[in-house]
Write a protein that binds this ligand. Structure first.
Ligand code: PEP
Ligand code: MG
Length: 321
């Protein structure tokens, strides 16, 4: 089986009738972007930048971040490298951030909520990404967005970062895309509005499932309820993809669901154009995509959207695809 999957490395991720999807890698460190190449990834759909912030005594400075992002961007060889701004909160406390103890850190002071309040943290990150963008195709992605104000504030911060780089005479890219993770139900519901303010959406199903179903993503006792095929989750995903397509913005997915080959088929039928996952998952997803036509995928999607439970949907997809 390994040989069969290895042989897929240089083949396109496309349906039997030629509809393509970009299969990108999720990474935590810049060197992971280099290692992903042996699985045939096309760029990086999620660089979890918080790894640069962990295991340290202080905020990583602009130059350190610039070097890390540049390395990942270069490894993407002209494909997009989506860099997520710091997604840290009370569940992964960093001494130098001085975040007070919280009873509900997953609903607390975290991610973009911290970045927007602390320019000393956010500015070096934005400037590092903008500078690294000179070496390829970079995108900035904001985690945990729940409303339009946040993305407007991020846009302002990016403009300010550019003005500072200009004044400092440092080289930077003016074509860095700006997008958000759709990983809260609020964002998913508001995607028709949010689409006007972003270049792309990337659906973060790890959190979207958790927040939509009110099921803790790391609690084994309730893991049976944690299901990306739950129809409530599927409706939010479909809405998000349609909102992007209607507004001419690309939509991807970087949560674990993207690595489920059965999910990939119906996500493509919904109109998704990028799936980002841990690199070793890429060949299996590609193999599944190459086995169906878009007409078949659309027929499956139509059936699935009439079903009432996640179990029914899973059973259908596993028997029909
Ligand atoms: C997600 O929430 O789906 C996601 C990709 O981000 P993380 O797993 O880092 O929260
Ligand atoms: Mg998340």
């Amino acid at each position: 089986e390994q040989k069969r999957l290895d042989a897929l490395k240089d083949l396109p991720a496309e349906t039997t009738d030629g509809v393509k999807v970009q299969l990108a890698a999720n990474i935590g460190l810049p060197e992971d972007a280099e290692a992903a190449a042996k699985f045939g990834n096309q760029g990086v759909g999620l660089f979890r930048s918080e790894f640069l912030f962990m295991g340290r005594e202080n905020i990583p400075d602009e130059d350190l971040q610039f070097e890390a992002y540049k390395r990942a961007i270069v490894a993407c060889k002209g494909e997009t490298c989506v860099i997520r701004t710091m997604d840290i909160g009370g569940d992964k406390p960093l001494a130098y951030l001085n975040i007070p103890h919280e009873d509900n850190p997953f609903l607390g002071y975290r991610a973009i909520r911290i970045s927007l309040e602390r320019p000393a943290l956010f500015m070096p990150q934005l400037k590092g990404i903008l500078r690294a963008g000179v070496y390829g195709k970079a995108a900035i992605m904001c985690p945990m967005v729940i409303n339009v104000d946040e993305i407007k504030a991020v846009r302002e911060a990016v403009n300010k970062a550019m003005a500072e780089l200009e004044a400092e005479g440092k080289e930077y890219s003016k074509d860095v895309e700006l997008g958000i993770m759709v990983e809260t139900p609020a964002a998913a519901v508001m995607t028709p509005v949010l689409a006007k303010y972003v270049d792309f959406f990337s659906i973060g199903t790890n959190d979207l499932v958790q927040y939509t179903l009110a099921v803790d993503r790391v609690n084994p006792q309730i893991s049976k309820l944690y299901d990306h095929f739950n129809p409530a989750v599927l409706q939010l995903i479909y809405r998000t993809i349609k909102s992007g397509v209607d507004n001419g913005k690309w939509v991807g997915m970087c949560g674990e669901m993207a690595s489920d080959p059965y999910a990939a088929v119906i996500l493509m039928a919904m109109g998704i154009t990028e799936l980002s996952m841990s690199a070793p998952s890429i060949p299996k997803v590609k193999e599944q995509i190459r086995s169906v036509s878009m007409d078949e995928a659309k027929a499956h999607l139509e059936r699935v959207m009439t079903m009432e439970t996640g179990a029914e949907i899973r059973e259908y997809l596993h028997s029909k695809i």
